[in-house]
Design a protein around this ligand. Structure first.
Ligand code: BG6
Ligand code: MG
Length: 218
């Protein structure tokens, strides 16, 4: 029997960086003269930086030249990085370390599967880098979630067949990507929003050891 591989999204699953992405996009929207709401931010979860800016400009009905578009991408990221700069272990979401430790103690392969190009520095900041056998992030993929590419590369790098992988995700696009990869999808957050997930939990605190052991056993 092949081992189960576990793949974690980063933003909104391991750390609550979704709020910093939101603040940085909101600041840019304000500079461009329109409002960007928390509800609209839901569309940005799991979505690449470039696609986020396209959606933001659509919301504000702003037309951009190529030069402006590129400059705003850089501006948003620089602003985002000022929030990230302050991060430490206190920003790890509840019970993430318990779940990672449970898997690590059993020698279960663990990967990160994130759309972010800032994934590595964030994991370093919160001191979680050593838990991950494999890191696949926005620098390694050509197709954004809901395309399964990020998770398929993670599975291959772990040496685990996709159908033996479990994915934890907080984004609609991420759950779709996991489903498209034929992996078991676990929604972390609103079950209403993540209704396509195979299982739903509000957070990791709601996931007990029995359930984790069942996942490990396939
Ligand atoms: C995802 C976030 O994890 O990464 C998105 O959910 C974000 O909101 C995307 O746009 C890209 O992140 P970054 O750090 O490369 O801008
Ligand atoms: Mg996410």
């Amino acid at each position: 029997m092949s081992k189960t591989g576990f793949i974690f999204d980063l933003d909104g699953v391991i750390v609550d960086t979704a709020k910093y992405h939101y603040l940085a996009w909101k600041n840019l929207a304000e500079e461009l003269g329109f409002e960007f709401t928390n509800e609209q931010n839901e569309l940005f979860k799991g979505v690449s930086r470039k696609r986020c800016l396209e959606i933001l400009l659509d919301i504000g009905n702003v037309k951009a030249t190529k030069e402006q578009f590129d400059r705003w991408m850089v501006e948003k990221n620089e602003d985002y990085l000022t929030y990230i700069e302050q991060m430490d272990e206190s920003e790890i979401l509840p019970d993430v370390v318990r779940v990672l430790t449970f898997l690590k103690e059993r020698n279960i392969p663990i990967a990160l599967g994130s759309a972010s190009k800032n994934a590595r520095p964030i994991l370093e900041k919160v001191k979680l880098l050593s838990y991950f056998d494999v890191i696949v992030d926005g620098n390694n993929v050509t197709k954004a979630k809901p395309d399964p590419e990020v998770f398929l590369i993670a599975a291959e790098s772990l040496g685990v067949p996709p159908e033996n992988c479990v994915v934890f995700e907080d984004a609609v696009a991420g759950i779709e990507a996991a489903n498209n990869a034929e992996m078991l999808s676990i929604g972390i957050g609103s079950a209403k929003i993540l209704s396509k997930a195979n299982f739903n939990f509000d957070n990791f605190t709601a996931i007990d050891s029995d359930f984790l052991q069942q996942l490990v056993n396939n």
